[in-house]
Design a protein around this ligand. Structure first.
Ligand code: LMR
Length: 398
C-alpha cells in the first residue's frame, strides 16, 4: 500500500523548526516561524491569559461539546474586535462567525465553503504571500494565481501593479488580502490604497477574503482593522480569517475564527447552515479552552486593558529589535540600504537575503530563516542579536 509513497519536501516554515531542533549548536537562533519570543527567548504566557485561565480552572467546568460554530460569546467578541464596538453590522444580522482551528483552520473552512459555492475556483494571492496560502487553497481544489504586491526597490507595495493584477483577474475571482502586517514583506497598504483596492474588487465582482493574523502588531487593534472596516463599509459580501495565535500568544491552542459578511439576516441563516456542514464533516466541533480564555479577555474590561498593554509591549519590543538590527548591521560594515527593516510592520522582515544566503546562515551560523529571506524579528533579543547581525553582515558582504 505505502510502497509508492515518496518523501514529501519539508514545510518551508514549520520544517525549519525540525532543522532547528536537530541543530546542536548552543548559539543557534530560530528566525523561521512567526512566533513572538520575549527578551529571554521564551514564548510568553500573557498575564491576561493567565488570569482568564485561572478563573476558568476554578470553575471546574465539565467538557461538553461546543456547537459546530463554536462558543457564542467568543464568536460575538471576534466580530466586535474586527468591526469595532460602534459598527452597525454587529446588530444587522449580516455577520456570521464560526470558531476555527487557528487562522489556518479559518482559511481552510473558507476555502472548502467557497469550493462548494463557486463555479470558478480561482484564487489570487499576493506575490509573495504566506507560503501556506497557495498550498492550502490548492489542497481545497482551487487554481491559485498571484497578483503583484511587493516592490523590492522601494521595499513597499507595488500598488499600481496590484490594482492592475486584480483588475485583470476573471470576474468573480477570490482575492486573498492580508489585512495588516503583510506576511512575509511587512509592507502594508495605506487607507487611501485600500479604498482603491476595494473599488477594483467591487467593480470586478471579486470575492474578498481577508486574512488578519496580526491585528495589534502594526499600530494598534483599531487601526490594524482598517481594511476589514473599509470593506465592511463598502457593503461587499466578504470572508475574514482571524487568528489569536500571535496576539494572545496562544499558538498551541488553535484559536481562530472565520467571519462572513452576508447581504441579509435570512441569507446569514442559510449560509451558516451550510458552513456547519463543512465544519461537521471536517472536525465536528471546535475545542473549548482557547476560545473560553479569549472570550473572557475580550469581554472583561480590565482584562482587555491588560491585554492591550501586553500587546503594545510585544509591538514595542519588536520595534526596538528592528532598530537595533539596523544599527548593528551598519556597525558590522553593511553599507547597503537596511533602513527599510525599521519601517516594515508586524513580526517579519523581508530582508532581501537570497536563498543561498539563507542556507549559509543555517549551515555556518545555526541561524534559521525562511528561504524567501523572511526573518522573524520577534525572535531577536539582546542575547542573540549580535550573533545574528554579525552573521547577516558576513553573508551580505561576501
Ligand atoms: C508563519 O508565517 O510563520 C506563521 O503564520 C506560522 C505558520 O503556521 O506558518
Amino acid at each position: 500500500l505505502f510502497s509508492p509513497i515518496e518523501m514529501a519536501p519539508r514545510d518551508p516554515i514549520l520544517g525549519l523548526n525540525e532543522a532547528f531542533n536537530a541543530d546542536t549548536r548552543a548559539d543557534k537562533v530560530n528566525l523561521g516561524v512567526g512566533v513572538y519570543y520575549d527578551e529571554n527567548g521564551k514564548v510568553p504566557l500573557l498575564r491576561a491569559v493567565q488570569t482568564a485561565e485561572e478563573a476558568r480552572v476554578a470553575e471546574h467546568a465539565a467538557r461538553a461539546y461546543l456547537p459546530m460554530e463554536g462558543l457564542a460569546p467568543y464568536d460575538q467578541a471576534v466580530q466586535t474586535l474586527l468591526f469595532g464596538t460602534d459598527s452597525p453590522l454587529l446588530q444587522s444580522g449580516k455577520l456570521i462567525t464560526a470558531q476555527a482551528l487557528g487562522g489556518t483552520g479559518a482559511l481552510k473552512l473558507g476555502a472548502d465553503f467557497l469550493y462548494r459555492l463557486l463555479d470558478k475556483r480561482l484564487v489570487a494571492i499576493s506575490d509573495p504571500s504566506w507560503e501556506n496560502h497557495r498550498a492550502l487553497f490548492e489542497a481545497a481544489g482551487f487554481e491559485v494565481v498571484n497578483y503583484p504586491y511587493y516592490n523590492p526597490t522601494t521595499h513597499g507595495v507595488d500598488l499600481e501593479g496590484m490594482l492592475q493584477g486584480i483588475e485583470a483577474l476573471p470576474e468573480g475571482s477570490v482575492v486573498l488580502l492580508h489585512a495588516c502586517c503583510h506576511n512575509p514583506t511587512g509592507a502594508d497598504l495605506s487607507f487611501a490604497d485600500w479604498t482603491r483596492v476595494i473599488d477594483v474588487v467591487q467593480r470586478r465582482k471579486h470575492v474578498p477574503f481577508l486574512d488578519i493574523a496580526y491585528q495589534g502588531f502594526g499600530d494598534n487593534l483599531q487601526d490594524d482593522a482598517i481594511a476589514v472596516r473599509l470593506f465592511a463599509e463598502s457593503g461587499l459580501p466578504m470572508f475574514i480569517a482571524s487568528s489569536f495565535s500571535k496576539s494572545f500568544s496562544l499558538y498551541g491552542e488553535r484559536v481562530g475564527a472565520l467571519t462572513l459578511v452576508t447581504e441579509s439576516k435570512v441569507e446569514s441563516a442559510m449560509v451558516m447552515s451550510q458552513l456547519k456542514r463543512v465544519i461537521r464533516t471536517n472536525y465536528s466541533n471546535p475545542p473549548t479552552h482557547g476560545a473560553k480564555v479569549v472570550a473572557k479577555v475580550l469581554t472583561d474590561p480590565a482584562l482587555y486593558e491588560l491585554w492591550e498593554e501586553e500587546l503594545a509591549e510585544m509591538r514595542d519590543r519588536i520595534r526596538l529589535m528592528r532598530q537595533a538590527l539596523v544599527e548593528k548591521l551598519k556597525a558590522a560594515g553593511v553599507t547597503s540600504d537596511v533602513e527599510f527593516i525599521q519601517h516594515q510592520r508586524g513580526m517579519f522582515s523581508y530582508s532581501g537575503l537570497t536563498q543561498l544566503q539563507v542556507a549559509t546562515l543555517a549551515e555556518d551560523f545555526g541561524i534559521y530563516a525562511v528561504g524567501s529571506g523572511r526573518i522573524c524579528v520577534a525572535a531577536l533579543n539582546h542575547g542573540n542579536i549580535d550573533h545574528v547581525a554579525n552573521a547577516m553582515a558576513q553573508v551580505l558582504l561576501t
